[in-house]
Design a protein around this ligand. Structure first.
Ligand SMILES: NC(=O)c1ccc[n+]([C@@H]2O[C@H](COP(=O)([O-])OP(=O)(O)OC[C@H]3O[C@@H](n4cnc5c(N)ncnc54)[C@H](OP(=O)(O)O)[C@@H]3O)[C@@H](O)[C@H]2O)c1
Length: 320
């Protein structure tokens, strides 16, 4: 089969489109014929400098397709079903294996492209807003990197929860595209002081919840932008800048800083039901999954470069 692989981490042009061995189907696993691959923010970071369990390495968390093989211990999946899958790597390929528990049936009316974005992107956004963010009606939330894959879905969940939604992005044009998903006020952090702008928009109080997929110095600002009893969720490092965080500002206003990692609880009944609910909501038209652009798998390097150019709003998808 063909896959987009690399022999060393680095810029997008490390990708080579090559013949590689087909994935083996473990006893608890299924193998799918991949129809759509969601390029996750984590895939981009891993390609740039993440771990390489094998050489060449096939990166990628999320892919959707049709089951073509099931392991002998698999109970509730069969050949021919449409599923979306999550695994630690291996999505950038024509076929991929995943544990049965990290496959979810795609309901009628949901495309492979939409379904591929569900587990990591949308599952994480849901965790940040609801399970760990505990966002309530009438509260104000700040979504950092609102035009990113996770950010855009967090905006939708926040609006549905009845919150006032503030979001950041690197240009006015990017912010403008977030309005249709529920953003009330946008902050172009390249032109405005983020914390001062949040304070201005909240009569000096700060927000109730911040979702921060960027980290580093942005996370420090997220702590400052939160008001009394504000909750700050740190769940990513899109900014690629490690930085020591001064947590001194938390105690002065009873703020809390919480880490969120979808994978930590993905095998629980709660998380399993959450992913199924998200797929059902997409089928019912309650959630939009914005796919900014599609590329053939053979052009994975171009797709990753496009994401790194910061033009994408929402997800970029690869098609084998
Ligand atoms: N904890 C978890 O379970 C979990 C799950 C999913 C993702 N994540 C992490 O969350 C982060 C975001 O994921 P994602 O899928 O939303 O990523 P994405 O779709 O690639 O979006 C990232 C966004 O970050 C913004 N950004 C800010 N500073 C940046 C910089 N220096 N370089 C590049 N982009 C920058 C960009 O928007 P602007 O240009 O508008 O600022 C970009 O749109 C990643 O670090 C990912 O690994 C964690």
């Amino acid at each position: 089969m063909k896959a987009a692989v690399y022999y060393q981490t680095g810029p997008p042009d490390v990708f080579k489109y090559e013949d590689v061995p087909e994935p083996k189907c473990g006893r608890h696993e299924v193998v799918i014929d991949v129809k759509a691959i969601s390029i996750e923010g984590g895939d981009v970071l891993n390609r740039a400098g993440g771990p390489m369990p094998a050489v060449p390495h096939c990166v990628g968390y999320d892919a959707a397709g049709i089951i073509i093989q099931v392991g002998e211990k698999v109970k509730n999946r069969r050949v021919g079903q449409r599923v979306t899958t999550l695994n630690a790597f291996g999505s950038h390929a024509e076929k991929r294996a995943a544990q049965e528990i990290t496959t979810w049936i795609i309901p009628d009316g949901v495309s492979f492209e939409e379904a591929a974005c569900v587990p990591v992107t949308i599952g994480t956004a849901h965790e940040c807003i609801h399970e760990f963010g505990r966002l309530k009606k009438g509260e104000t939330v700040l979504i950092q990197a609102g035009a990113g894959g996770v950010g855009l879905m967090a905006i939708q969940f926040a609006k549905r929860a009845g919150a006032r939604v503030l979001a950041t992005a690197s240009s006015d044009a990017r912010l403008e595209r977030l309005r249709e998903y529920g953003m009330d006020e946008g902050i172009n952090y390249r032109e405005k002081d983020l914390v001062a702008e949040v304070k201005r928009l909240t009569e000096g109080r700060g927000v109730d919840l911040v979702v921060d997929p960027v980290g580093g110095e942005v996370l420090q600002k997220s702590i400052e932008a939160a008001g009394p009893r504000g909750r700050i969720i740190t769940m990513g490092a899109a900014g690629r800048g490690a930085r020591e965080i001064d947590v001194g500002g938390l105690a002065v206003a009873n703020k809390s800083l919480t880490g969120v990692y979808l994978g930590a609880e993905i095998n629980t009944d709660r998380s399993q039901k959450m992913i199924i609910r998200i797929l059902d909501d997409i089928a019912a038209g309650l959630l939009k999954v914005p796919v900014d652009k599609k590329f053939p798998l053979s052009r994975a390097a171009e797709a990753h470069a496009y994401i790194e150019s910061r033009q994408a709003v929402g997800r970029v998808v690869l098609i084998p």
